[in-house]
Design a protein around this ligand. Structure first.
Ligand code: NAP
Length: 318
């Protein structure tokens, strides 16, 4: 059985990004789970992970720092991703330097605009900076700090929201990090961004906690065929699509199986996963994006509607 766990992809900046990274969002920023997260990251690094996905908003960058510092894996072998929070779009340089300092690193591999909308500290959405204006600040940042920042990108962007950004950009985003799993495959979006040279990263790649994907009988049957857990099956499907996935787990067995048991799926089996979302009620978002509630298709996300985000709509009972 061929394994995909050593796969990496080339960014448009020339740097390589591992196909699997460890997610670090604990779901509830500010909760006292530091020790668990630190030991989780250290364990993951010891088991072959070379990519860590974090964000200023997760309030765990100092835990990432501690784990990397204590790990035996050299810094240059770890690809670190962090993100600019919505309330800092007007202070990109300050936000970046704060993340750099909290992470305790000489450089960050990839800095993403976490969401297209800017907001004030109370999370009221602002008209300015627009996503394009924030992008220009990120371009200025990487030009000012070429040794401290290697690549810049975006997250949660759609074809609608990337258009005005690309109209002003002199640097094409290296990555767009979006929700992807078999219930939300986002084929058109991934292809459209690939045409611009933008690589897709999948967040909530397993469908988040209590994922209805991983407990579905057909997914279980397919995973049994390859003798892997359902999580590894789904991650294989994503990596085979040319997508980076950043699953989060604090369970040792799942941390390992998410990176080591990645079989190469046959075209017929890949098709089962490709078409999973076409089943009744199976096409929807699963990521709670911070409020603990599964999306219904009619949600306001950090002050923007799906229409503003350019996200496809769905109904839970379709
Ligand atoms: N850019 C953004 O806006 C954004 C939004 C959301 C997330 N993210 C990033 O993406 C990362 C991952 O997304 P996520 O945490 O939302 O969802 P996820 O990785 O799809 O799912 C995590 C959940 O799945 C469980 N799990 C992990 N491996 C499993 C396996 N093999 N079998 C069964 N269950 C498994 C975990 O529980 P255990 O811990 O018990 O294993 C946890 O409850 C985040 O940590 C964050 O870094 C980014």
């Amino acid at each position: 059985m061929a394994s995909l766990c050593t796969t990496s992809f080339k960014l448009n900046t020339g740097y390589s990004i591992p196909a699997i990274g460890l997610g670090t969002w604990q779901g509830t920023p500010g909760t006292d789970e530091s020790e668990l997260l630190q030991s989780t990251i250290k364990y993951a690094l010891s088991q072959g992970y070379h990519c860590i996905d974090t964000a200023a908003a997760y309030e765990v960058e100092e835990d990432v720092r501690a784990a990397i510092a204590e790990s035996e894996v050299p810094r240059e072998e770890i690809f670190v991703v962090t993100k600019l929070w919505n309330a800092m779009h007007d202070r990109v340089e300050e936000a970046f330097l704060t993340s750099l300092q909290k992470l305790g690193l000489e450089y960050i591999d990839l800095y993403l605009m976490h969401w297209p909308m800017s907001s004030d500290d109370q999370m009221n959405v602002l008209d300015h900076p627009t996503p394009a204006e924030t992008w220009l600040s990120m371009e200025a940042l990487i030009k000012k700090y070429p040794t401290k920042l290697r690549s810049i990108g975006v997250s949660n962007f759609s074809e609608k929201t990337i258009k005005p950004l690309l109209e002003v950009a002199t640097i094409i985003p290296a990555v767009n990090q979006i929700e992807i799993h078999p219930m939300l495959p986002q084929f058109e979006l991934v292809d459209a961004f690939a045409k611009h040279g933008i690589l897709t990263m999948a967040y909530s790649p397993l469908g988040q906690y209590n994922s209805p994907v991983l407990t579905h009988p057909d997914i279980i049957a397919l995973a049994e065929k390859y003798k892997v857990p359902t999580g590894a099956l789904v991650l294989s499907w994503e990596v085979q699509r040319g997508i980076v996935a950043v699953p989060k787990s604090t369970n040792k067995e799942r941390i390992v199986s998410n990176i080591t048991l990645l079989p190469e799926l046959s075209p017929e089996d890949k098709k089962v996963l490709d078409e999973f979302h076409l089943r009744k009620g199976m096409h929807r978002r699963l990521c709670t994006v911070g409020n603990g509630v599964r999306p219904t298709g009619n949600d306001i996300v950090f002050g923007w509607t799906y229409e503003q985000l350019g996200w496809e709509t769905f109904t839970v009972d379709e």
